[in-house]
Design a protein around this ligand. Sequence first.
Ligand code: AMP
Length: 220
Amino acid sequence: MYIILFGPPGVGKGTQAKILSEKYNIPHISTGDILREAIANKTELGLRAREIMDAGKLVSDDIMIEIMKETLASPKCANGFILDGYPRTIFQAEELDKIFSELGISNGFIIYIDVKDEEIIRRLSNRRNCKNCGSLYNLLYDKINNRCPKCGANDSIYQREDDKEEVIKKRLAIYKESTLPIKDYYQKKSHLISINGNGDINKITEKILEVINRPMNQSM
Ligand code: AMP
């Protein structure tokens, strides 16, 4: 199963990708997570990406395409994967088509999730992460203090620099300029499945599963 989840930041791609990854037992490939791990490990990539990410800008296509080539060709992706956060530019989408044809992937689902800007700002500005185990929380729904309920680490809950309101607004502007045109690209090229991302997480998963289970929706 090959799934590309596409949509604005904060729409719930990561949450849905995690659920689908467990259900289908295929890896959740989040380019944001790959970059954050590089930053945590202080690798050369991490050092280059940090400032760009904190400012809410996009890391260069060259770097991202290299990461994708390497990741998607790795054995863990041999039976499928869920992409979250890639592609983010038309060029990345074109290069992804090439990677897919090199890997012989010709079927899959391109799922576009969308919600209004105000809801994105509300969700992202309330998002919190655990430094220790990577768990995601949201102050809108989760009762948390500084201790991570999942791993128990103290003082591990923090707000991503790019989840601060001013940076969120910048990310949304960049999304509209650079990433949204991909919707048109996929719509012209193949079938795009659009899902309304408002409401309950489980309901949105149900909607995704419903379209995945309709074979005519295979998109690539
Ligand atoms: P995310 O966790 O998907 O919201 O990504 C966090 C940040 O990582 C983005 O705001 C970008 O700075 C960077 N990033 C992640 N994926 C990409 C990509 N495909 N192309 C360029 N930059 C990316």
